[in-house]
Design a protein around this ligand. Structure first.
Ligand SMILES: [Zn+2]
Ligand SMILES: [Zn+2]
Length: 343
């Protein structure tokens, strides 16, 4: 495979002399200034600050002990983008956000340098479900998630498009779009600033969204296309046969995304290596460079000028001390700035 040297000379969107992110998330200064001495500050944190040509690297963070704690945690690993579950991701029931929670969240967001923030929807939600009871539960759960995000000022909820369970992709796509629309309507104007990012999937079983075209069809079938975007997961994509290790192949993936969805709708990248082989259709996240995608694949993604403005977060396993995130982020940062991949 040919590894192309990264290009850093392409500017994406400049508005009156000021960099404007296509994701609608204006890049903010890094949280470096908020770090107090004694906080863990990996060396790379001060070396490779994101600029207008670099993605905003970060990680999914546990919200144990309080939603606001994700900001301290992402700063500890030197991240500039964070994803969280605003509730228990494996249960239907979820409490509303209290005033105290919302206040603490806003204060910590500001205090820790205003990183990009994304919510990940609960795993139980299946918008494409052929079962009316599950479909309504999914609608209600998504509607409440939109309200929680509105309360927390979070712009996007990441959601798996769901599984059609044997009814076929066409039916599943229509069900999924209908569920999204119903959730938007249910949440009402209070949550009108909150949108949904449909995440590509590994395509196991009857899961929708293994290809850009299916994501695009859901968006096209929705009454609220302006509130829909896409999150691309490198591990899911790899398992579904989309290979970033080969520059020409990756270019085809991005072209398909652009055609089917529009790159202006791509707002987030999940950076996970894959335990499983290309096209395996099995989703198993692995630490960066310990899976089958490897450094050349991540170098291609990280240095793609079409993605240089985007937040990119890890969803890899971690212990309480977050040292795995620090390591993974350092490996990723080492691929920026034209550093060649380690053989
Ligand atoms: Zn993901
Ligand atoms: Zn996954």
């Amino acid at each position: 495979m040919d590894w192309m040297p990264p290009r850093r000379d392409v500017r994406l969107t400049l508005d009156r002399g000021r960099w404007v992110s296509l994701s609608g998330n204006t890049p903010r200064p890094p949280p470096q200034a908020s770090l107090k001495s004694g906080d863990v500050a990996p060396s790379a944190f001060t070396i490779n600050q994101p600029d207008t040509h670099m993605p905003f690297l970060g990680a999914h963070m546990p919200a144990a002990g309080g939603l606001h704690l994700v900001f301290e945690r992402i700063a500890q690993v030197g991240g500039h983008a964070v994803q969280l579950f605003t509730r228990n991701q494996r249960q239907w029931a979820a409490p509303d956000i209290t005033d105290a929670e919302a206040d603490a969240f806003a204060a910590a967001w500001k205090a820790w340098g205003q990183p990009h923030v994304f919510s990940h929807g609960a795993y139980l939600i299946n918008p494409a479900s052929p079962d009316d009871v599950l479909w309504r539960r999914s609608r209600d759960a998504l509607g409440r998630e939109l309200l929680r995000c509105a309360r927390l000022n979070i712009r996007w909820v990441v959601l798996h498009p769901g599984a059609h369970k044997g009814r076929g992709a066409t039916t599943g796509i229509a069900r999924a779009a209908g569920c999204l629309d119903a959730a938007f309507e249910q949440a009402g104007t209070v949550a009108e600033s909150v949108g949904v990012l449909l995440e590509n999937t590994a395509g196991s079983g009857t899961a929708l969204g293994a290809d850009p075209e299916e994501l695009g069809m859901i968006i096209a079938a929705s009454k609220f296309p302006d509130r829909l975007g896409v999150c691309w997961d490198s591990c899911h994509g790899f398992a579904a046969g989309h290979d970033p290790r080969d520059q020409a192949e990756w270019n085809r993936v991005i072209s398909r995304l652009d055609q089917a969805v529009g790159l202006d709708r791509l707002h987030l990248i999940h950076l996970n290596d894959s335990k499983t082989a290309l096209g395996s259709r099995v989703d198993r996240h692995e630490h960066i460079d310990q899976g089958q995608i490897g450094l050349p694949g991540f170098a291609t993604i990280l240095n793609d000028p079409r993605l240089a403005h985007l937040p990119m977060v890890l969803e890899t396993p971690k212990e309480k001390d977050l040292k795995e995130d620090i390591r993974n982020l350092n490996v990723l940062r080492g691929l920026l700035n034209g550093a060649p991949p380690v053989a």
